[in-house]
Every structure is written in structure tokens, then in C-alpha cells.
Design a protein around this ligand. Structure first.
Ligand SMILES: CC(C)(COP(=O)(O)OP(=O)(O)OC[C@H]1O[C@@H](n2cnc3c(N)ncnc32)[C@H](O)[C@@H]1OP(=O)(O)O)[C@@H](O)C(=O)NCCC(=O)NCCS
Length: 186
């Protein structure tokens, strides 16, 4: 793909951006992306670390801040401390009503596209594979679990602390481990 002048200048200055994702964008496109990611990160940091009005944080303030970032968030969602919801594509994360996202959970909606990766390639030059990630209603994501891009977690499921979810999780099951496997069906 032809690379824009702005992209080539940024590359010369040492910015390591993916040519697949950003190479075709001009000054306005790249500046817009940078500002959007910056705004997302500020809101994310406020949501993750805010200790003001402690009783309201997890039920009101953090959900509100993530909605401002573009996360598709239902009603009565609980969000704990240090939760990270995709920094680049927050609008690709969908969280249903009544779900609980406990401390240090990470929900991701993009991967590097490893489809064409081979010896000699640089991972940072690969494009992104962006996938909608769905956490349905009344799910519990326990402390420190990681939900990878494109996964759908069914209603009422429980993801154990520290699990890494790489595949869809059926409703009302408990999954645990790395990668997460079903350990109980309710
Ligand atoms: C490493 C990674 C990119 C591989 O993705 P992928 O090529 O799509 O891999 P797949 O989902 O096809 O998984 C292949 C196997 O590895 C397992 N696996 C994938 N990621 C795993 C992880 N983090 N931990 C343990 N097992 C993992 C899968 O369960 C699958 O196992 P199986 O063959 O027994 O079913 C991805 O899993 C990952 O860790 N992504 C991180 C997301 C991220 O950081 N995004 C920001 C990017 S800038």
C-alpha cells in the first residue's frame, strides 16, 4: 500500500506505527487517531484509578467514563479498580446489563494479525484484527481475568480469577485457567 508523506515522516522520526493500519492515513487522519487514543487513555486512567466518591465509583462513575470512551455498556454494570477495556477500539466491546467486572480485568477487542507472520517480519508492522467482544448479561468476570478479542461470554457465566478466555463461553458455566476451560456447568 502507498504510504502517505505524514506516515513516512513519523516513521523517520522513530514512531513505530503499523503501515497496514496507519500507512494510508494523512495528517488529519493520523492526528485524529492520536487525539482519540489520547482521550481514551485519559478517561481510562480516570476510570481505573479514581478514588473520589468511593461508593459511587464502581456503579456510576467508572461505567459512565467507559461509556464516554465508546464502550457499549448496559445498565447496572459494576466495574472495579484498574479495569482495562480496549484502548484503541473501546466501541467494539459490548457489556450486558447486570454484569460485574472485578478489579484488574482486561477486555480486549484487537490483536495483531498473525495470519501472514513469518520469520524476519516485525510484529509491530502487522495490521490489527479488530473483533467485537461480547460479555452478555449477568456475567461475573473475576479478579484479573483477561478476555481476548472476538470472544462471546454467555449470560450468567463466571470467569474465574486469572483466567485467560480465548474462546466463547456458554451461558451459566464456570471457566478457569489459561487458556480458560469449562470446569462447572450450572
Ligand atoms: C497470542 C495471540 C495473538 C494469538 O492469537 P491467535 O493467533 O488468534 O490464536 P488462537 O486464538 O487461534 O489460539 C491458538 C491456541 O492458543 C491458545 N491461546 C491463545 N491465546 C492464549 C493465551 N493468551 N494463553 C493461553 N493460550 C492461548 C488458544 O486457546 C488456542 O488453543 P487450542 O489450539 O488448544 O484451541 C492472542 O491469543 C493474544 O494473546 N492476544 C493478545 C491481545 C492483545 O494483546 N491485543 C493488543 C494487541 S496490540
Amino acid at each position: 500500500m502507498r504510504q502517505t508523506l505524514t506516515f513516512r515522516i513519523l516513521t523517520k522520526l522513530g514512531f513505530r506505527l503499523s503501515p497496514v493500519t496507519y500507512g494510508g492515513r494523512g495528517f488529519i487522519g493520523l492526528a485524529g487517531s492520536a487525539l482519540r487514543i489520547w482521550r481514551n487513555e485519559i478517561l481510562q486512567a480516570m476510570a481505573a484509578r479514581s478514588v473520589l466518591l468511593a461508593p459511587l465509583n464502581s456503579r456510576v462513575i467508572r461505567p459512565f467514563l467507559h461509556k464516554c470512551r465508546g464502550v457499549d455498556l448496559g445498565e447496572n454494570v459494576f466495574i472495579g479498580q484498574d479495569v482495562i477495556i480496549d484502548g484503541v477500539y473501546p466501541h467494539k466491546v459490548h457489556i450486558g446489563n447486570g454484569t460485574r467486572v472485578l478489579n484488574r480485568v482486561q477486555i480486549i477487542a484487537h490483536n495483531r494479525d498473525l495470519g501472514s507472520y513469518k520469520q524476519g517480519d516485525k510484529v509491530f508492522e502487522l495490521g490489527y484484527l479488530v473483533k467485537d467482544t461480547y460479555i452478555e448479561e449477568d456475567v461475573s468476570l473475576m479478579i484479573g481475568s483477561i478476555i481476548l478479542p472476538g470472544v462471546r461470554i454467555g449470560k450468567g457465566a463466571i470467569v474465574a480469577a486469572g483466567a485467560v478466555v480465548t474462546k466463547d463461553v456458554p451461558p451459566y458455566t464456570l471457566v478457569a485457567g489459561v487458556p480458560a476451560r469449562i470446569t462447572q456447568v450450572f
